[in-house]
Design a protein around this ligand. Structure first.
Ligand code: PGA
Length: 216
C-alpha cells in the first residue's frame, strides 16, 4: 500500500494572494515523510504552488487533448502547470455539471496517458465501474450526505464501504474518505484498515487546520 494521501480540495476558493499566504504558513511546519500532502486549488492559482515543495493537482480536466471546448483545460495543460494529480468526478461535478461514469472513465484514461494520477471520486460502490478497475488511480469515497454538512461518516461506516470498494479494486489502490473531515475525526477515520487517505474540503482552507489533519 502506498503512503497515505491527504488531499486538500479548495473548490472555488482563494485568490493568488490567499494561496501564497497558505503556502507560507504551511512551510513553517516540517513536511511529514510517511504521508503525501496534496493541494488541489482552482486552475487560476496552480502556478502559485510551483516549486513550493508541495505536490499539487487540479480539481477537474477535459478528456480531449485540445480543440474547440471553450472554458475547458486538458491533461497536458495541467502537466504544463506542474500538476501531478487531478481530482475526477467529484460529486459536485456530477451533480452540477452533468458528469457521468462515462465521462469520468474518459477523463481517467486521458489523465493516465499524461502521467497524471487521477483521484476518482465516487458517491457509492456502484460508481466504481469496471472501467476504473485495474488502473493506477486513487479512489475517494464521499457520501453525498457528508459533503460540507459537518456530518462525517463514522469510521465504521466508512470502513464498511471502503472494504466493499477494496474487493473491487484490489490491495494496491489507495481508497480515500471524504466528507466533513476535520482535525477531530481524521485520526479515527485513518485508523480503519481500508481508509488510506482523506479528501478534505472546508477544513483544508485554513493552513493550521489542514496541518492538523495531515498530522492526524
Ligand atoms: P468537505 O468537502 O470536507 O467540506 O465536506 C469534501 C469534498 O467535497 O471533497
Amino acid at each position: 500500500m502506498p503512503k497515505a494521501l491527504i488531499v486538500a480540495n479548495w473548490k472555488m476558493h482563494k485568490t493568488a494572494t490567499e494561496a501564497a499566504a497558505f503556502v507560507q504558513a504551511l512551510q513553517q511546519y516540517p513536511q511529514p515523510e510517511d504521508r503525501t500532502m496534496i493541494i488541489c486549488p482552482p486552475f487560476t492559482i496552480l502556478g502559485v504552488l510551483r516549486n513550493q515543495g508541495v505536490p499539487y493537482g487540479a480539481q477537474n480536466m477535459h478528456w480531449e487533448e485540445k480543440g474547440a471546448f471553450t472554458g475547458e483545460v486538458s491533461a497536458s495543460m495541467l502537466v504544463d502547470q506542474g500538476c501531478s494529480y487531478v481530482i475526477i468526478g467529484h460529486s459536485e461535478r456530477r451533480e452540477h455539471f452533468g458528469e457521468t461514469d462515462g465521462t469520468v472513465a474518459k477523463k481517467v484514461d486521458a489523465a493516465l496517458a499524461n502521467n497524471l494520477m487521477p483521484i476518482v471520486c465516487v458517491r457509492s460502490v456502484e460508481e466504481v465501474t469496471p472501467d476504473l478497475v485495474g488502473k493506477e488511480i486513487a479512489i475517494a469515497y464521499e457520501p453525498v450526505w457528508a459533503i460540507g454538512t459537518g456530518k462525517a461518516a463514522t469510521p465504521e461506516q466508512a470502513q464498511e464501504v471502503h472494504a466493499q470498494i477494496r474487493k473491487l479494486v484490489g490491495p494496491d489502490v489507495s481508497i480515500l474518505y471524504g466528507g466533513s473531515v476535520t482535525a477531530d475525526n481524521a485520526g479515527s477515520l485513518m485508523a480503519q484498515p481500508d481508509v488510506n487517505g482523506l479528501l478534505v474540503g472546508g477544513a483544508s482552507l485554513d493552513a493550521d487546520q489542514f496541518w492538523k489533519i495531515v498530522n492526524y
